[in-house]
Ligand binder design. Structure first.
Ligand SMILES: [Fe+2]
Length: 243
């Protein structure tokens, strides 16, 4: 059977979105999973999401929220909403779960594919890639032809040819040979590109095709969980608008 990868990340403790995504993966015939990190943070089901992602037994890189929750990071410089959720999430997870998160690598490679949460030019710094210059900095450190990432919560493809970086706006794309690709798979649990539907990516190595998937899920339920947990209202509101 030909391999079909599902690449998912920025799940952010949103169990309602994650369950819909995994059901779609099964329906699409996914054989392997890759995770670009940020399993926890922002939403109300960190334990449930972590349990499911761990059960996939797949390569995972650490996201900034996974890192902050599982380290003794001082939260004084964080905005109050972010700090509140990190503190709350720390309380929800067991020692074993916190240890699991703290042991995740910043970068990993599987079958010639690199995974990083943010960028390769400084994986531990969690910088954002929103433009060509930032993508160019990343590409100087990308060794493999293909690298998947997340962090901005905005699906995006950057292509590196000799001497130039291009952004490619496509939902389906066949990766030509001889170029490098840096692909943001979007966010399962808190999309920020104006489209509130859950996002992930399918990659078929044999045909070299990538395909973004966007899926409706029960946003009202995810919002109700945030409110019931006493997390900031802003986190519930933003799910409805994809910001
Ligand atoms: Fe994130």
């Amino acid at each position: 059977m030909d391999k079909l990868f599902a690449v998912l990340g920025d799940i952010h403790a949103n169990i309602d979105a994650l369950e819909v995504v995994l059901a779609d993966c099964q329906a699409q015939g996914v054989t392997d999973y890759l995770c670009t990190g940020d399993i926890v943070g922002y939403n109300a089901c960190p334990h449930e999401c972590l349990e499911i992602i761990r059960s996939l037994n797949c390569p995972i890189v650490v996201g900034n929220h996974d890192h902050y929750v599982s380290s003794q990071q001082n939260l004084e410089d964080f905005n109050p909403h972010a700090a509140a959720v990190i503190e709350w999430t720390r309380q929800q997870l067991s020692e074993d779960e916190l240890t699991f998160l703290s042991n995740l690598p910043f970068v990993t490679t599987k079958m010639g594919i690199t995974l990083v949460h943010a960028t390769m030019d400084n994986p531990e710094g969690f910088g954002y890639v929103f433009d060509h210059l930032q993508a160019e900095s990343h590409f100087t450190h990308q060794v493999t032809p293909l690298c998947f990432h997340g962090h901005t919560h905005c699906p995006m493809i950057y292509e590196k040819q000799i001497g130039a970086v291009y952004r490619i706006d496509a939902q389906d794309f066949k990766l030509p040979i001889g170029r490098k690709y840096f692909i943001n798979v979007g966010s399962v649990g808190q999309p920020r590109d104006g489209d509130p539907r859950a996002s992930y990516l399918l990659y078929e190595p044999k045909s070299r095709k990538v395909r973004f998937r966007r899926l409706d899920y029960d946003i009202g339920m995810a919002q109700a969980r945030i409110r019931a947990a006493g997390l900031p209202e802003r986190l519930a509101e933003r799910l409805a608008v994809g910001q």
